[in-house]
Design a protein around this ligand. Structure first.
Ligand SMILES: [Mg+2]
Length: 183
């Protein structure tokens, strides 16, 4: 079974880094829970502004990008290592791959390949399972693909059927549930 493990919003809390930078420069006071839909970024701040701040963060301040889950380096690597899954890190961010790889390595997260794609939907890649916070990814799944939707404020209203799209509170829960999924 091949797993596509998303980076931002699943492993890396890059949104809080973005908000810190954005608020400091614009005098705003947005918090993560304000981002209540996938359209918040393009509608409120614009994709270009978002991408440029986050890319700058990866390139120059990656140590300021926190983990999405407390104690991620202690808890996730043993869970991944306990499976025999093929796990690739698959991100839709391009241009800062070396910094992102270094961040993942520093966290001690084992993976097979690091894959960055630009505009093509992730489900066009040959993976069985996607661990991803993207609420529109499921629109592109083929019938034999499954998404573990990692809960975030921007996907809290996304419908999940509990079969093809399964909501999990964190990436840790996703890996804990793989044994059940495989039965
Ligand atoms: Mg993501």
């Amino acid at each position: 079974m091949k797993v596509a493990l998303d980076l931002e919003g699943v492993l890396a809390n890059s949104i809080d880094y973005f908000l810190d930078q954005y608020n400091a420069s614009r005098g705003t006071s947005y918090v993560k829970s304000d981002i209540d839909s996938w359209n918040w970024v393009p509608t409120v701040v614009g994709f270009d502004t978002f991408d440029s701040i986050v890319n700058h963060g990866w390139r120059n301040h990656s140590s300021k990008i926190q983990y999405s889950v407390e104690n991620l380096p202690a808890n996730l690597p043993p869970l991944i290592a306990s499976t025999d899954l093929h796990v690739d890190i698959v991100t839709a961010r391009t241009g800062v791959e070396e910094s992102m790889k270094q961040w993942v390595t520093t966290a001690g997260i084992p993976y097979d390949r690091f894959v960055s794609i630009d505009t093509q939907p992730k489900p066009t890649l040959q993976y069985d399972v996607f661990i991803d916070d993207n609420p529109v990814l499921s629109q592109h799944l083929s019938s034999d693909q499954t998404q573990y939707l990692v809960s975030q404020p921007w996907n809290e209203n996304t419908a999940c059927d509990g079969e093809q799209v399964r909501r999990v509170p964190s990436v840790l829960s996703a890996f804990e549930q793989f044994s059940t999924w495989a039965e």
